[in-house]
Design a protein around this ligand. Structure first.
Ligand SMILES: C[S@@+](CC[C@H](N)C(=O)[O-])C[C@H]1O[C@@H](n2cnc3c(N)ncnc32)[C@H](O)[C@@H]1O
Length: 244
């Protein structure tokens, strides 16, 4: 039993190392389409509470207007956000066409197609007008990139003056008990191999809070706050970037 577990975790480590070594920046972006459905199932079963809690935090800040979710994945976050207030509309943007098709289905099934638009696009070069959003959000995306400053600069450009971009990402300062909590959720997701692969690679790829601070000061944002917080079982950092 113990030997089986060791063999399995050795295999997971090898797969993670392979991807990180050969596709250091964009392996998820290029190859994510192959497990988009599995990711959507995993997120629905494993971290539905995460989307609800993030949506609550956002709804406490923004009561009306347009919100942009960059790297929306299966669209669960915009769905939860617009459910919180009738006066909010959302755009979910993702680089993967396959992922956007899944998000469209989810939004349709939630009966929210009139308030959520889904578009294919790159967060590093948003084809959207400047000064157009009350808020930009992004969950689990920046840590995948070797130059998040570029994407944060786009967030700055499309945000209205005086508004904020909020990002929620893994960080690399995890305590052993936080890692254990993450691992324990694997079985509840129905796709434990993917959960392990993603959480392990996330922990390896993620920035430390200090590394992220160094990048945040290099953006045009007037100020920023980084808070380490656990949302459900996810140990994350929430970064609030404030535009002039
Ligand atoms: C780990 S998933 C997170 C999805 C979703 N935000 C969530 O919390 O469930 C990362 C998502 O970011 C998307 N993504 C990665 N890089 C991107 C980029 N440069 N522009 C837009 N989307 C991107 C991927 O296609 C994927 O759907």
């Amino acid at each position: 039993m113990g030997t089986d577990m060791n063999r399995r975790s050795y295999r997971v480590r090898r797969v993670v190392r392979f991807f990180i070594r050969y596709f250091p920046d964009s392996w998820f972006i290029k190859y994510g389409k192959y497990f988009a459905h599995s990711y959507a199932n995993m997120a629905e079963r494993g971290i539905a509470d995460f989307y609800q809690k993030v949506a609550e935090e956002i709804a406490a800040e923004i009561e009306h207007g347009n919100i942009l979710d960059v790297g929306t994945g299966p669209g669960y976050l915009p769905i939860e956000i617009v459910k919180k207030s009738e006066n909010i509309r959302a755009i979910g943007l993702d680089i993967s066409e396959k992922v956007i098709m899944i998000a469209q289905r989810n939004v349709r099934e939630a009966g929210l197609s009139d308030r959520i638009d889904l578009i294919i696009g790159d967060g590093n070069s948003l084809g959207l007008k400047e000064d157009s959003f009350e808020m930009v959000v992004s969950t689990g995306v920046l840590f995948l990139h070797s130059n998040p400053i570029k994407m944060m600069s786009e967030f700055y450009r499309v945000l209205k003056h005086g508004r904020e971009a909020w990002t929620y990402d893994f960080h690399r300062d995890l305590k052993p008990e936080e890692v254990k909590l993450l691992n324990n959720r694997a079985h509840g997701t129905g796709v434990s191999w993917l959960w392990r692969l993603l959480t392990k690679s996330a922990i390896k790829l993620a920035y430390t809070v200090d590394e992220f601070s160094e990048m945040a000061v290099k953006t045009a944002f007037k100020g920023y706050e980084i808070e380490r917080k656990r949302i459900g079982i996810l140990p994350l950092m929430r970064v609030r970037l404030k535009k002039h």
